[in-house]
Design a protein around this ligand. Sequence first.
Ligand code: NAP
Length: 249
Amino acid sequence: MLTFNSRTAVVTGAGRGIGRAIAETLARNGVTVVCVSKSPESCGAAAAAITAAGGKAKALAVDVADGQAIAQACTALLAEFPVIDILVNNAGITRDGLLFRMSEADWSDVLATNLTSCFHWTKLLARPMTRARWGRIVNIASVSGILGNAGQANYSAAKAGMIGLTKTLAREFASRSVTVNAVAPGFIRTDMTAEFVGNPEVSAKILEAVPLKRFGEANDIANMAAYLCSEEAGYVTGQVFTVDGGMAM
Ligand code: NAP
């Protein structure tokens, strides 16, 4: 059993996949969850499912690649909730391609969505956490940000950037009991990886590099993220937890 003391969380990218599993896990533990996604349908469905299961949730459609949209969302949230106790920066996209074929738009879209978004959300929501002397920030990075991955120069740079941001903010916020950690998933079965997982040849090749010989599920990441958001993880900060079936060991 994890302890949460009726906290409030923002989970970005909560409409589908890993973010939705994190939102549902937190909500099952009594956390009020603001489900953020790009499309109103996606976060709306996630929040409705949580509410139908007896949890507390709110949907908020925000394009996290747009700093002004994040600022508006945070102003509205902080008018409604005195403090957002937990922030999970999970929204992310891929625009894969070898460097020589990668357009500048593919580079900047991935950096804006996956990395600069974390700067904006954290800058706006962490101040009330520091005043309250309690907070949890969890950044969903990737093993690509640790090992690198051919074809993902933009994505692995963004995810490595999230890891640097995590370690620095852990140091900046530690004196206020606000912890900052990252989770680095390996290959998890979601819409993002459906193309690879659904292709027997490609998936067999990928699983050669996974000691546990299976793809991860969104709940494998949600369980780690929930622990890092809980009361029990109060002495854990500045760390990167790989949840990858042993890929990056
Ligand atoms: P997914 O199934 O593709 O879902 C992505 C979520 O992010 C969706 O809810 C989507 O919103 C949201 N999103 C994307 N761009 C956005 C934007 N500009 N503004 C707001 N929301 C946006 O992805 P996933 O596999 O769950 O991945 C979640 C995170 O884990 C990502 O950061 C990803 O890089 C990371 N990760 C995944 C894997 C994996 O194997 N799946 C491995 C390592 C790391 P809509 O629903 O509205 O489209």
